[in-house]
Ligand binder design. Sequence first.
Ligand code: AMP
Ligand code: ZN
Length: 135
Amino acid sequence: MPDCIFCKIATGEIPSYKIYEDDDFFAFLDIQPVNPGHALVIPKKHYENLLDIPQNILCEMMGVVQKLSKTITEVLNAPGFNIGINNKKIAGQSFFHLHVHIMPRFEGDGYKLWPGKVKSKEELQKIADKIKNSL
Ligand code: AMP
Ligand code: ZN
């Protein structure tokens, strides 16, 4: 992917605040962090989003996410953290090389969870059936 910034970060061609690297994965601080310690974990190989990466590599990547989440929260004294993956433009993805956000959370940081919408039992059941029947 010649014009992918995250591919270039993974090779070191573009500098980053690197925190971790192994043969297959790379992690660095987000340059516009939602909180201190906000980091991005990427596969070195280019996959656009969660649906494109082979399952075995995804599982390995989540191991890296787990390890880094532990260290980041310990080092920064964060009592919690959110993990996020934005998939496709509508969901807020702005860099189209799969990346997992690790976002430490702090008391009073002002962020709220997604607002839920009330739905009828019928509507929920219809959607559950539709998904179940397509798996
Ligand atoms: P997303 O909206 O999920 O695609 O997130 C992209 C993230 O990449 C944003 O949080 C940006 O702040 C971050 N970002 C963009 N360019 C860089 C960069 N060169 N180094 C570190 N983080 C970056
Ligand atoms: Zn890429």
